[in-house]
Design a protein around this ligand. Sequence first.
Ligand code: GLT
Ligand code: MN
Ligand code: MN
Length: 388
Amino acid sequence: MGDYTPSKSDKFTFGLWTIGNPGRDPFGEPVRPPLAPHEIVKIAGELGAYGVNFHDNDLIPIDATASQRDQILTDFKRALEDYDVKVPMATTNLFSDPVFRDGGFTSNDAQVRAYALQKVMHAMDLGAGLGAEVYVFWGGREGTEVDASKDPRDGIKWFREAIDYLCEYSISQGYDLKFALEAKPNEPRGDIFFPTTGHYLAFIQTLEHPEMVGVNPEVAHETMAGLNFFHGVAQAMEAGKLFHIDLNDQRPGRYDQDFRFGSESFKICFFLVKLLEDSGYGGSKHFDAHAYRTEDIDGVKDFASGCMRTYLILKEKAKRWNEDKEIQGLLTQIRREDPELEALCRDFNPNKAEILKGKKLDRKKIAEHSLRYEKLDQLTCEIIYGVR
Ligand code: GLT
Ligand code: MN
Ligand code: MN
């Protein structure tokens, strides 16, 4: 068995809102006392996390006075130093306050849209000042219950205007922030605009500064939409757009559960970890999950260390999978190569097309090629179950 102790180079991060989650749900009051930001930094640091991320109001309450703000920031910065914890990502709360009940950037009210933009600029100042390099946009309230209320094309245009504006703001301040857009199909709105990572990938190409903007896919959100999270992340990565990732777990077809990473869909999590490790993804691995509502503070620590430990266990299994001779042999056999045909099929020119059209390709013979996926999957499962 390996050593599953996290190190800073793993770049594991938690939100102030995740370790600090008090266990409130739509039917019940908080079950855990609030933790101050500096206390959360201590917990994260002692457990071996690399960083903490926050929404503006996780750190500074929306109605804080100037002196309260100063005190919170002093305590927070000291804790970051003391426990060697970074702030790699920041974001804005555009969903809790009643003013955002019909959205922020996509509200029907121009005054709300202006307030949202103003709030984000202040939050960017706060985040960049604490060292954040990635800025997340999760549009939880950007959507509708009543489709008569809003033409989605207006919503999309307003959202685009906001992101374009904020890219310029970041450039004008010399912040060098990368923006990461986080999709979710529903909850808290009946329907949220840009319901999946794929929707955001298409949207990004319509922006003034597409190079500054990528995605922040979350396991739970894509799974809620019934999608294969691993595939979504791979597509974002292939497009050079995986700027951040929210790791947690989720049973399909349920509310946004934000369970401990790997607590549910172990196989998808395995392929996800393998993808992140094989690709050399260098960004944060952010656990956007929270402890079950049954837990006290010790349970919160169990949850946080469990997320990191599970990742490291899966990382070790991914390495074993890559080194497994039988698995690699099967893959070589499955993936038939044909350099001559492959050369004909890439980099189109009319001559190649003519040659390819004239080639004798015997489909019945081709189809005889054996695909031993049963065996491959069984061996993969055995590695995941820990018997291989
Ligand atoms: C909220 C949401 C998360 C987002 C956070 C960023 S806030 O907890 O459920 O998925 O990543 O705004
Ligand atoms: Mn979630
Ligand atoms: Mn998230």
